[in-house]
Design a protein. Structure first.
Length: 107
């Protein structure tokens, strides 16, 4: 069966859910794998193929989404600033969240 543009899946990783299609690139929570390695997302919540829709309870048994790890890095700095007025209380802190960028290879 030929690939159509409306084939997609919903996967769960890092406590979040992502809608993925073939060839898409997305940032997910940091994964424990090397750059350039293949990775399988086995928590598939929903999958469409043409006109058929499969919905898991909560996951689809035996289904997985194949991805390739593009890079692992840290996101831009987020500033955390705490301030209490009239008490000379100021705290400034920065945070860089690690992430993994993956490219979806097969649904």
């Amino acid at each position: 069966m030929a690939h159509t543009t409306n084939d997609f899946a919903v996967i769960q990783t890092g406590g979040k859910q992502y809608r993925v299609a073939l060839g898409t690139t997305l940032k997910v929570e940091k994964l424990s794998a090397e750059d350039g390695a293949d990775f399988m997302f086995d928590k598939v919540l929903l999958r469409t193929k043409g006109a058929t829709i499969e919905i898991g309870t909560p996951y689809l048994a035996g289904d997985a989404v194949a991805a390739k790890i593009v890079r692992t890095a840290k996101d831009d700095t987020k500033i955390v600033f705490k301030y209490h007025s009239k008490t000379r209380y100021r705290k400034k802190k920065g945070h860089r969240q690690p992430f993994t960028e993956v490219e979806i290879m097969k649904i």
